[in-house]
Design a protein around this ligand. Structure first.
Ligand SMILES: Cc1cc2nc3c(=O)[nH]c(=O)nc-3n(C[C@H](O)[C@H](O)[C@H](O)COP(=O)(O)OP(=O)(O)OC[C@H]3O[C@@H](n4cnc5c(N)ncnc54)[C@H](O)[C@@H]3O)c2cc1C
Length: 463
């Protein structure tokens, strides 16, 4: 049987597996989905009902060409009154993805297998073959692999002593990470969407939560009823785009009363604009504009904003603008000094700075980079990829290895939310199946392609 192996089971891995099941088209394909956990990834594994999607239900369908799929599922399984504009619990979305994958599995001629383990290496062992090694000792030989591993939170900002402390939570989305925190005050580092969720989870009448970031700005808020996106035609270098975007936002806000419609209208052209920037402009954007972009582009649900405002008004949440200068574990607490001069003693420090872009911070990606199977993406973010998500190696050589989601940020900039990931999953599945079943006469030259072997795709990540 032709065998496709797949690596990783967050939303991106699950959707890639689903699209591969669809793409099998009557062929007997084998797909292996690998993840150390039960899958769904950190975003959609939470069972805290206060953790809501930050995109309305209408924007979260697993299928780009069936936009009502998630809303229909919610109406059938959860609440017939759900509106397309509703912001539902993220755990529900995890259930939806699992159901979607199971449906695809039932309909498909392909077989889906799961492995519970972490992939530690992917080697390019033949012209059309990769070897995928798991920390369980298992070795899979596949015709292709898809890296759907997302990106883990980075802790480079944290003093070494703090990282070593038991009072430091490096990944708030790790299972049970927030369960054992002391009841005393806490400091959250980062003030984006992760901070918002962590505040809602940790808020207690007896506890003050401090949150610090360089800008001290929290995400903007969605409107309850979405204004249709307003498109724009923009070109030019970073300076020209800054001017163009500002003009577009002002004009749209005047016409519709909602600046969000202008930002949402840029979504279809964001990747093209990013690609057109020079390396210097990309680096400059990351230094000076990215935070402002993220605050307006990645917004929180109105109900989440109301809950956060209530905690702030109660005086239990204090926002600081600055950086952590020192953080010392004194045995029964952590003594912290911020760059704005604030000194505080807290029971724990939680990292809410979000994922890092540097791929060498991940052990598996570091081995791919070291072996020349992958190269760092533009602006030092993620991995460099072709348009269909195929990973580009050090010399431009292409192994049968694809990726999607956050690892394509350097190539596309906006590549972390479901509306982008669902399209990428479909593209990757098409490209993988095409590569496996492509007649030999149409194969690329040996140095651009892997050879031989059974048709076998490995997806790294679980589900
Ligand atoms: C808290 C939070 C809330 C979010 N809310 C929204 C939202 O409302 N709407 C939206 O569109 N987007 C949202 N996002 C963006 C989110 O990143 C994507 O929607 C999506 O969850 C990303 O999925 P992923 O599979 O690419 O990555 P992840 O969810 O990070 O999953 C990666 C998986 O790969 C596995 N893995 C990693 N390394 C290995 C390895 N070496 N071997 C095997 N497996 C491995 C991990 O265990 C994990 O299960 C949110 C993100 C976060 C963090």
């Amino acid at each position: 049987m032709a065998m496709v192996a797949v690596i990783g089971a967050g939303a991106a891995g699950m959707l890639t597996a689903a699209r591969l099941l669809d793409a099998a088209g009557g062929r007997a394909l084998r797909i292996v989905l690998i993840d150390p956990g039960r899958g769904r990834g950190p975003a959609y594994s939470t069972d805290d009902g206060r953790h809501l999607l930050n995109v309305p239900a209408a924007g979260m369908s697993a299928l780009p060409d069936a936009p009502d799929d998630f809303v229909d599922w919610l109406r059938e399984r959860v609440d017939p009154e759900i509106k397309p504009s509703s912001f539902v619990a993220r755990g529900r979305y995890g259930d939806y993805l699992a159901d979607h994958l199971a449906d695809c599995e039932r309909r498909s001629s392909a077989v889906l297998e799961r492995r519970y383990g972490r992939v530690v290496a992917v080697d390019h062992t033949g012209r059309r073959e990769v070897t995928v090694r798991l920390d369980t000792g298992e070795v899979l030989v596949a015709s292709a692999a898809v890296l759907a591993t997302g990106t883990a939170p980075g802790v480079a900002w944290a003093p070494a002593g703090l990282v070593a402390s038991e009072r430091f939570v490096g990944d708030p989305w790790a299972p049970g990470a927030l369960d054992a925190l002391p009841e005393s005050d806490v400091l959250l580092v980062g003030t984006g969407l992760t901070m918002v969720d962590v505040v809602l989870s940790l808020d207690r009448p007896s506890r003050s939560v401090h949150a610090v970031s360089r800008h001290g700005v929290v995400p903007a808020v969605h409107r309850s009823e979405k204004t249709p996106p307003v498109a724009a035609e923009l070109t030019g270098d970073l300076q020209a785009l800054r001017t163009g975007v500002l003009r577009h936002v002002v004009k749209t806000a005047r016409r519709t009363g909602d600046w969000r419609a202008a930002i949402d209208g840029l979504r279809p052209i964001t990747a093209q604009l990013w690609k057109s920037l020079s390396d210097d402009d990309k680096a400059e954007f990351l230094r000076t504009d990215a935070r402002t972009w993220d605050v307006h582009r990645h917004r929180m649900a109105p109900i989440t904003a109301e809950r956060l405002a209530a905690v702030r008004e109660s005086g239990r949440l204090c926002l600081h603008r600055g950086e952590v200068v020192t953080a010392e574990d004194t045995g029964d607490a952590v003594r912290v000094l911020l760059s704005d001069g604030t000194a505080m003693t807290v029971g724990a420090v939680v990292n809410c700075t979000g994922p890092v872009g540097d791929p060498s911070a991940d052990p598996l990606l570091a081995t791919l980079l070291a072996g020349g199977l992958a190269r760092t993406g533009p602006a030092g973010l993620g991995l460099d990829t072709a348009d269909d998500g195929r990973v580009l190696g050090a010399t431009g050589r292409r192994a049968p290895l694809w990726t999607l989601g956050a690892l394509r940020r350097g190539a596309l900039w906006e590549s972390t939310a479901m509306p982008e990931i669902r399209c990428q999953a479909a593209e990757v599945a098409r490209a993988v199946v095409d590569c496996i079943y492509r007649p030999a006469a149409r194969r690329l030259p040996p140095d651009h392609e892997t050879a031989g072997g059974p048709a076998y795709v490995v997806l790294v990540g679980g589900g």
